[in-house]
Design a protein around this ligand. Structure first.
Ligand code: 13P
Length: 247
């Protein structure tokens, strides 16, 4: 069985003082954990949080990476820079990036490529909006999003992590039911299986209002290999409870 991965996505939250307090509480609670743990923090805090968790069970991740290698791209952060800071994971194609920054499937695929080339594990987000779900397009949408990544990255996709995040469940308190999530995860698993002989290595996380109360049931599903946690990852006790549910 794959080791589960619980990744916190702090989104645009935090401060030097708040981060130190949160990380300290997490470190006190994660003794002898049986799953992989990451916190994906805002870019300005990558080095600081990296120093706080160095040598511990918690890895640091970024929330985005440039689709370019280097050069005149003001404000962007390259995969090489993330590697320089010993960043282990990077979230790519989060629905908030797709929605507010116009990231297309092709851009997401290129970002994944840059992360993989730098030895950083991309956590590739896919997920349908409410109107897409209501129109019966869920499968079609997530398959299209993942297909772009597979097309650009070929057999290297065995090194990625996928996160299924139904857009309607993000920050809304509405969670996909374990059955709804499992159904989509199974579709993604089949797609990965057709693309690489090592699909069994790929972890598929669920994200969208995962919390201390619903984590165990979601994580018990056959094809749910972890969680990408937003709001609840900012509260140490809640995040630790989700980690415990994954162990
Ligand atoms: P919430 O857990 O706050 O719904 O956010 C999920 C998410 O977007 C994680 O990337």
């Amino acid at each position: 069985m794959k080791k589960k991965l619980i990744a916190g996505n702090w989104k645009m939250n935090g401060s030097t003082v708040a981060n130190a307090a949160l990380v300290q509480q997490l470190l006190e609670g994660v003794n002898q954990v049986a799953c992989d743990i990451a916190v994906c923090v805002p870019a300005p805090y990558l080095a600081g949080v990296g120093a706080l968790v160095k040598g511990t069970a918690i890895a640091v991740g970024a929330q985005d990476v440039s689709a370019h290698e280097a050069g005149a791209y003001t404000g962007e952060v390259s995969a090489g820079m993330l590697r320089d800071l010993a960043v282990r994971y990077v979230i790519v194609g989060h629905s908030e990036r797709r929605q507010y920054h116009g990231e297309t499937d092709a851009v997401v695929a290129n970002k994944v490529q840059k992360a993989l080339a730098a030895g950083i594990v991309p956590i590739v987000c896919v997920g349908e909006t409410l109107s897409e779900r209501e129109a019966g397009q869920t499968e079609e949408v997530v398959k299209r999003q993942l297909a772009a990544v597979i097309h650009t990255n070929g057999h290297c996709i065995s090194e990625i992590v996928v996160a299924y995040e139904p857009v309607w469940a993000i920050g809304t308190g509405k969670t996909a039911s374990p059955e709804q999530a499992q159904q989509v995860h199974a579709v993604l698993r089949t797609q990965l299986h057709a693309a690489t002989a090592h699909s069994d290595r790929v972890r598929i996380l669920y994200g969208g209002s995962m919390n201390a109360a619903n984590a165990a049931e979601l994580l018990a599903q056959t094809d749910i290999d972890g969680g990408l946690v937003g709001g609840a990852s900012l509260k140490a006790l809640d995040f630790l409870a989700i980690i415990a549910a994954a162990a």
